[in-house]
Design a protein around this ligand. Sequence first.
Ligand SMILES: [Fe+2]
Length: 485
Amino acid sequence: MAHFPQHPGFTSVLRLVRLEGDIRDLEIEGEVPADLDGAFYRVHPDPQFPPRFADDQFFNGDGMVSMFRFKDGKVDFRQRYAQTDKWKVERAAGKALFGAYRNPLTDDDSVKGMARGTANTNVLVHAGKLFAMKEDSPCLIMDANTLETEGYTDFDGELPISAFTAHPKIDPGTGNFCGFGYSLAGPLTRECCYFEIDPTGKVVRKAEFLAPYYTMLHDFCIAGDYAVFNVSPWSSDMSVLEQNRPHFYYDRELPFYLGVMRRDGDGSDMRWFRQDPSICGCHVMNAFQDGTKILFDVPVSQTGSLPFFPEKDGRPFDPVAATTYLSRITVDLAANTDTIQSIERIGQAPGEFPRIDDRQCGQPYRHGWTITYDFDKPYSGPAGPFVGVINSLTHYDHQTGKEQSWWCGPDSAMQEPAFVPRGKGSAEGDGWLLALVDNHLTNYSDLCLFDALNVASGPVARIKLPVRLRQGLHGNWVSAAKLAA
Ligand SMILES: [Fe+2]
């Protein structure tokens, strides 16, 4: 009998789902456009077995991948575990063998040296396959239709890296998958790489660089000809692993950096622009070139925004200083300086999990969306991490400066949205937004479909699941045409 820890990371709103299955033709409230043809994939951490440590991070669980297939106004649902090497060896053993988040010192001796990946952070279709990604391990390949796992890949030997990003960007011009890896020389190391994989799955660009310090290099962005890396002062050291404390701490002594390098180079041109005292910025909305300048849009806070990664000096989590506001960071490649030129707040509603119309990735753009926090709204569901705060969806119009938001109600919480173009040639922002809304009182999740430029009106359709999905991380839409290719 499985006994999961009676800990906030595994109980109440974060209790596990562990459900694999198929539902044909989900119940729909409202109407799904008949010409919406494609699939929305997303993933959440869902431990197959009770963890070896009761206070383990909630995002150390095995990846559970969900697919919502849209066609002819109907939606089919499929959900499967990402069967990583870890998942398979633990399934055979009937128990957890891998230990704490990012801490190989806590693993059972029988799995020492194996990839620790859970494939639980992001899923995206590229080169005809579903890539299931976790930043500390290789890329896991799954069948995009059946969700059967094929296994880890090194891309025909071209990318034999131990860590493959969970936050790629697709260049809308070339269709290249742009990604990176970090901590490549082993735990706590600064070695990083940048790469691009073309739409056929061939690695076409590779570069190497050193991070300014060991950090959680979680996200990045392309900006025209450049790759841009945001380094926030999340770091770690060997004492953390030896004492099995949370893998990352927030070190206020370290500066924030924006690293800029040409995408077509070998990485030797990397320039690190510094901000001291530090700021914190995790998920990137978008970035672009404007002459010699790089503009980089990211929700920014004054201290560590992730309460599960504590301050290095032991001070308590400060929820006010940790609140993230969409900000524009500017650096000038023509300037004879290594400091960031400016950081300007461009969003009023605090939030995280920014998204765009991905056809504008790395290019000047107008529209963005995030999950936002409306602190004035009530919450009457059960207590737990995240809920009561991640309660709204906001559209930012960077051209007019206007924002509009939709509140998900007193019993519910939001998951990350994804944009769906209305059609192949439709204008930027013209389309739909998909976002899961989890009702923690009824224990059901609805996949909500919004008119992307009119989110304040609320969902035009609710695609209703008879279960609640666990708080997830990231996901993406793929058109039927790309799915077939
Ligand atoms: Fe992320």
